[in-house]
Write a protein that binds this ligand. Sequence first.
Ligand code: DC
Length: 228
Amino acid sequence: MENGAAQPVIVAIDGPAGTGKSSTSKAVAAQLGLSYLDTGAQYRAITWWMVNNGIDIDDPSAIAAVAGKPEIVSGTDPADPTITVDGVDVAGPIRTQEVSAKVSAVSAVPEVRSRITELQRSVAAAAKAGIVVEGRDIGTTVLPDADLKVFLTASAEARAARRSGELKGSDVNATREALIKRDAADSGRKTSPLAKADDAVEVDTTELTLAQVIECVVTLVEEKRAGK
Ligand code: DC
């Protein structure tokens, strides 16, 4: 733009667990002065609430009946992303293995998805400079008009090794099995499954460092902004 004022830019970053979505999305947002939204954290937060309130995770109708109850608020500063449920900071509790094991079942329930999708769209619309939104269905369903869509992939081995590094001391094989199970559930569900949008740029991060992935996505955003 001639006056140097950049238009808000919406960037959708999707892909399975362990591909570097969160680290990449936060860094890209910080470098470009954009907001950041971790949609997985929102699904984890609603799952945490269900577990905490004794809802039967194996009963989709029980989950659907209370999907509108918890108030989930996401802070969108990439340097300090926050997540609260009914005013309680749940940034730590949503990362437990129990929540990780149950989140796919909760996030497959259509009433949960429509509720959280609406929330995500309102957060994106409120971001004045633009936003990087990471998840599974952002390019396909939540923000189909995003300016840039990126789909990150990596081999199962690379993803498990990264996740085990994050969850210090955990067994790589067990992590690999858990990731594969969760991806299969996320890709196989009926309502807005994990999928690459037709117009997404696929980046295989298996052989790339985090710095290289960040640089690649920053370049893609800058090219979009320059109208290339
Ligand atoms: O990104 P994550 O691993 O924290 O996501 C946790 C789960 O949330 C993931 O297994 C599936 C669900 N999820 C989803 O269904 N749609 C999204 N846009 C983001 C996450």
